[in-house]
Design a binder for this molecule. Structure first.
Ligand code: SAH
Length: 389
């Protein structure tokens, strides 16, 4: 097996269990080592540290698979896939959940979501690509799904030196798949929808808004398929408005409202920043506002701009909330740390001249577990707070 040697002093992260090794930590590789193959990882002092997927063309040169010398073959991968699936069986909602959450399931850069009889699949590292068939086959055996849709059209694949592809991988995949989430029917478009069709990571957080919805006037900003808005309706809201910049998202939210008989919900296609400014200028008042923006900080360099964006939308929302009204504010960028997010919310509150009463600090759903050795796997922050004036 080919070997990759780390620079002196760079082994501590690997020993601590972090699954990534960056280009700057690597000293040299055996000349025969090929992109995508499994290599042995060694310290500068020749100490065996583990086995990893090697890709010299990626910023993440090594993705550690194991710290032992066990054989890495299809059977090894199948064991890991079955372990991931067994956890979801245990958690419940097995018919609609994230089955594999990349590093958190020890399957680097692999994402698989299940929507009833359909599986969506993403493989974002070159090394895992040659195990893709094995992974999918095992998932099909374990779940009995009837179709698999490949969503390998994510630009990070280019950084790994991989092609962008998407389409039918196997079996049958309908254009729209109705799923049941917390008792609501939501149509998921795995072919054209965002991410892998739906944001499964917010399921528990959507259910968590229940106490604040009765008779409430609700604004759900960045609504996508309308899921928070529809939950608000189900939990007794008086009037609900959902806003999203995507016409397609708004159409699907309207259709979902119709299917669920949510007559008190309406949806608007608009830029959230403009919508919030105009509504706040008009003096609109709400009892509950949900903010669930896309990742404003895709990397460390954007963090400052991201904080400004978060501050602006939260400030507007806080101004529009009645005394005792509730703000559910989300950030899905890992780079926007919990501390920075808290500081941003507090700074917005100061400018809005309100006091926040923090009720809950939540994260992503349990089918997106967090790995203690890879802090990057905890990305979602969902803060529920009351606004006191
Ligand atoms: N709340 C949704 C997920 C939101 S994802 C859920 O629970 O499923 C982020 C959404 O923000 C996407 O649907 C995207 O279309 C929308 N979006 C991105 N930029 C926007 C902007 N400037 N104004 C309004 N919506 C925006």
């Amino acid at each position: 097996m080919n070997r990759v040697f780390l620079k002196p002093g760079r082994e501590s992260r690997v020993i601590a269990g972090h699954p990534w090794v960056f280009a700057g930590d690597v000293d040299r590789a055996d000349p025969a080592a090929q992109p995508g193959e499994v290599v042995q990882v060694l310290s500068s002092g020749n100490r065996f540290l583990g086995q990893a997927l090697y890709n010299p063309n990626s910023q993440i040169v090594l993705r550690v698979l194991t710290h032992t010398d066990e054989v890495i073959d299809d059977e090894f991968i199948r064991r890991r896939v079955r372990a991931a699936v067994n956890l979801r069986r245990q958690l419940g909602n097995f018919d609609c959940c994230r089955l594999i959450f990349s590093e958190s399931d020890l399957l680097p850069a692999v994402i698989a979501d299940r929507y009833g009889d359909v599986l969506t699949f993403q493989c974002l590292s070159l090394g895992m690509a040659r195990f893709q068939d094995t992974i999918i086959q095992t998932l099909v055996e374990e779940t009995g799904v009837k179709g698999v849709w490949e969503r390998n059209n994510v630009p990070v694949r280019l950084l790994e030196g991989m092609e962008l592809t998407s389409g039918l991988y196997w079996g049958e995949v309908p254009d729209v798949i109705p799923i049941n989430e917390n008792g609501l029917i939501i149509n998921v478009d795995v072919k054209g929808g965002q991410k892998t069709g739906y944001y499964l990571d917010q399921r528990e957080n959507r259910a968590a808004i229940e106490p604040y919805c009765k008779d409430a006037r609700v604004l759900d900003v960045f609504t996508h398929t309308g899921s928070f808005a529809l939950h608000a309706c189900k939990f007794g809201a008086r009037e609900v408005t959902g806003v999203d910049i995507s016409e397609l998202a708004v159409q699907s939210a309207q259709e979902n409202a119709r299917i669920n008989g949510c007559r008190m919900a309406k949806f608007v296609a608009a830029n959230a920043f403009d919508y919030l400014r105009d509504a706040s200028d008009r003096g609109e008042k709400y009892d509950l506002i949900i903010l669930d923006p896309p990742p404003f900080a895709k990397n460390k360099a954007n963090v400052e701009g991201a904080a400004r964006g978060h501050k602006e939308i939260n400030l507007r929302a806080m101004k529009m909330l009645n005394d005792g009204g509730v703000l559910v504010s989300n950030s899905c960028s890992y780079n926007m740390t919990t501390d920075l997010f808290r500081a941003t919310l507090i700074s917005a509150a100061l400018d809005a001249r309100v006091t926040l009463q923090f009720l809950e600090w939540r994260s992503q759903g349990r089918d997106h577990p967090v790995l203690s050795t890879a802090p990057e796997t905890q990305y979602l922050k969902c803060v529920i707070m009351r606004v006191l004036r």
